[in-house]
Design a protein around this ligand. Structure first.
Ligand SMILES: Nc1ncnc2c1ncn2[C@@H]1O[C@H](COP(=O)(O)OP(=O)(O)OP(=O)(O)O)[C@@H](O)[C@H]1O
Ligand SMILES: [Mg+2]
Length: 359
C-alpha cells in the first residue's frame, strides 16, 4: 500500500462555452481524508470531480495530487480511480474479467492479475460470484464490482460520483458503511459526490458545499450544521428557521426586530448592528401549552399551531408567530401530549441557540 496523498485544488474555474460552471474553487483535501462535494443538481459537483480525473474541458487554475500538478496530464497518466453513477460494467464479461480488464490492458502478468483480482473480490465480499455476469448480481453487488474494478488498479486517490444513487434506501445505508470501511482499510484519499446531505453527513470527514459552481463553505458535518456561514448552507444541511431582521443596540443590549412581528434581545457583544438573518433549528424551540416562568436568558414567543406532522421520533409543528411560520420539533414518546391545530402554544428559545448571519 502506498501512502495517502493530499489533493489541492487551487483557484479552479471551468466553462462550457460561455457558461461558467466552476468559479474560483479552492480546496485542500488531506491525505487519507474522506471528503464530500455536496450541492444541489447542477451545482458543478460532477464537473469538479471530472476535472480531477481529467475529463471535460481544461480548467483554469491548478490541481495537485501530492506535489504533482496534473491539469495538463491526460486521464490515464493521473492514476486516479473513478467510480461512476452508472457502474459501466461490461455486460458480456464475468465479474472476474470485468475486474481484471484494467490490469490486462496494462499487460500485467497473468499470475499477478489473478492474485490481485482475487484479493479485491475477497475484500468486497464477491469472490464466490467471480464467474457470474453483471446481470446475475444485485444492484449493491454490481456497485461493489465497480469499486473492486477501480481499486484493483491501486489508484492514488478514489473519486466516487453519486455511487449509491441507483440503490434503494436500506442498501444505500449499508453500502455507505461498507465504502467507508474499505476506504479506511485502504487509507485512500477519497472524494465522494452527493446531493444528499444525510449521506454526506454520515460518511464524510469534511464536506465542501457547492452552489452555482461556487464553494459556499468547507467543514466537518457538525461544523456546517451548527455554524453555517450563510443562508444557503444553513438551509441545505437541514431544516432551519431563518428570520430576516435588523439589530439595533440599546445600552448594552442588542435587540433583533423582524418586520413581521418577531423581536428579542441578544446578549452577545460581538454582534454587528444592521440587517441580518437570525437562524435557529426547529429543535431549539421548546413548545409548551402555557407560559412558564422563564430564566432571564430565554426568549418566549407565542403563536398558533397551523400544521402538524408525525415523523416517528418527533412531531414537527408549523407555528405562526407574528407573520412568520416557524418550524418546531418536539420529541415524541408514547402517550405524550401533542398540540392540536389551532391551539395557542408558547415557544421557548435560549438566546445562545440563535446564530446571526450577516447578509
Ligand atoms: N458537457 C456539458 N456541456 C455543457 N454544459 C454542461 C456539460 N456538463 C455539465 N454542464 C452544465 O454544468 C453545470 C454543472 O453540471 P454538473 O453535472 O457538474 O452538476 P452536478 O452538481 O453534478 O449535478 P447533479 O447532482 O444533477 O449530477 C450544469 O448547469 C450543467 O448543465
Ligand atoms: Mg453530477
Amino acid at each position: 500500500m502506498t501512502d495517502a496523498v493530499k489533493i489541492s485544488i487551487k483557484n479552479l474555474s471551468l466553462s462550457f462555452g460561455e457558461t461558467k460552471v466552476l468559479k474560483d474553487v479552492s480546496i485542500e483535501i488531506e491525505p487519507g481524508e474522506f471528503f464530500s462535494f455536496l450541492g444541489p443538481s447542477g451545482s458543478g459537483k460532477s464537473t469538479l470531480l471530472r476535472a480531477i480525473a481529467g475529463f471535460g474541458p481544461r480548467p483554469e487554475g491548478d490541481i495537485l495530487i501530492g506535489n504533482e500538478k496534473i491539469v495538463k496530464l491526460p486521464p490515464w497518466e493521473r492514476n486516479v480511480g473513478m467510480v461512476f453513477q452508472s457502474y459501466a460494467l461490461w455486460p458480456h464479461m464475468t465479474i472476474r474479467k470485468n475486474v481484471a480488464f484494467g490490469l490486462e490492458e496494462r499487460r500485467t502478468p497473468k499470475r499477478i492479475t489473478n492474485e490481485q483480482v482475487d484479493e479485491v473480490l475477497e475484500m468486497v465480499g464477491l469472490l464466490e460470484f467471480a464467474e457470474r455476469r453483471p446481470s446475475q448480481l444485485s444492484g449493491g453487488q454490481q456497485q461493489r464490482v465497480a469499486l473492486a474494478r477501480t481499486i484493483v488498479m491501486k489508484p492514488r486517490v478514489l473519486l466516487l460520483d453519486e455511487p449509491l444513487s441507483n440503490l434503494d434506501t436500506n442498501l444505500r445505508v449499508q453500502m455507505r458503511r461498507e465504502i467507508l470501511e474499505l476506504q479506511r482499510k485502504l487509507k485512500l484519499t477519497t472524494i465522494f459526490v452527493t446531493h444528499d446531505q444525510e449521506e454526506a453527513n454520515t460518511i464524510s470527514d469534511r464536506i465542501a458545499v457547492l452552489n452555482h459552481g461556487i464553494i459556499q463553505q468547507i467543514g466537518s458535518p457538525l461544523k456546517l450544521y451548527d455554524e453555517p456561514t450563510n443562508r444557503f448552507v444553513a438551509n441545505f444541511l437541514g431544516s432551519v428557521n431563518l428570520i430576516d431582521g435588523v439589530i439595533n443596540q440599546e445600552d448594552n443590549v442588542f435587540i433583533f426586530n423582524s418586520a413581521q412581528g418577531i423581536s428579542f434581545s441578544l446578549a452577545e457583544s460581538n454582534i454587528k448592528q444592521g440587517s441580518c438573518t437570525a437562524m435557529f433549528r426547529p429543535q431549539n424551540l421548546k413548545i409548551t401549552q402555557k407560559k412558564k416562568k422563564l430564566d432571564p436568558t430565554a426568549i418566549q414567543l407565542s403563536g398558533k399551531i397551523e400544521h402538524r406532522e408525525f415523523l416517528g421520533s418527533r412531531v414537527r409543528y408549523l407555528v405562526k408567530v407574528g407573520e412568520h411560520l416557524l418550524l418546531v420539533d418536539d420529541t415524541h414518546e408514547a402517550n405524550c401530549t401533542t398540540f392540536e391545530i389551532g391551539a395557542t402554544a408558547s415557544l421557548k428559545l435560549e438566546s445562545d441557540m440563535i446564530r446571526i448571519l450577516n447578509n
